[in-house]
Ligand binder design. Sequence first.
Ligand SMILES: [Zn+2]
Length: 200
Amino acid sequence: MSERDSREVLRDLETGRMSWDEVREILRQKKTLNRFSEYRSALSETTPFGDRVLLRVGEYLLVVCEPDGSHAVRCLECEHDFGDPRVNWKLSSRVRVRRTLEEFLEIYLYEEVCPEPGIAEVREYYCPGCFTLLCVECVPTGYPPMFEFLPDLASVYTDILGDTAPTDPEGEWVFEDRSLSKVEAWASTTTTVDTQGAGR
Ligand SMILES: [Zn+2]
């Protein structure tokens, strides 16, 4: 494997065409300083977004620079646009919530390891475009959707990579959680909410 081109290795890693033995060998290797740029190059060759990919925030989710200079979280499978990376993408997904023991036993093998109904719930987040399962979280009932990764693009690119900081139409990238803006928009709208897919 050491004779293989580094980008080829990363491309195989990205597309899942690599044995566990090879993956384990890579995990044990000393990391090169340009590993991130090599990884981005591999992503640009294996995703529909080319060199507009800036960061990965999940197995199927990428932060992409849009043609107008703004940034969005996009689905790797269907390119669905989840919007501003500073807004929790889960607020734009389809959600299935499991609350009862019967529902838990569809995914847990034994009752002994199930969450306690009424105390906790299991949420499955799906892409609205292709229904790929993006994330599962087990949280106390009523707990807000967990914002697992609020990307600080400017710090990643300037402080860590020593590169040029991405900008957006507002100018300098502002690092802040804007999830509540989505909730406020819901609160101010008079449109009837479609509850057919939510909470099932
Ligand atoms: Zn999708």
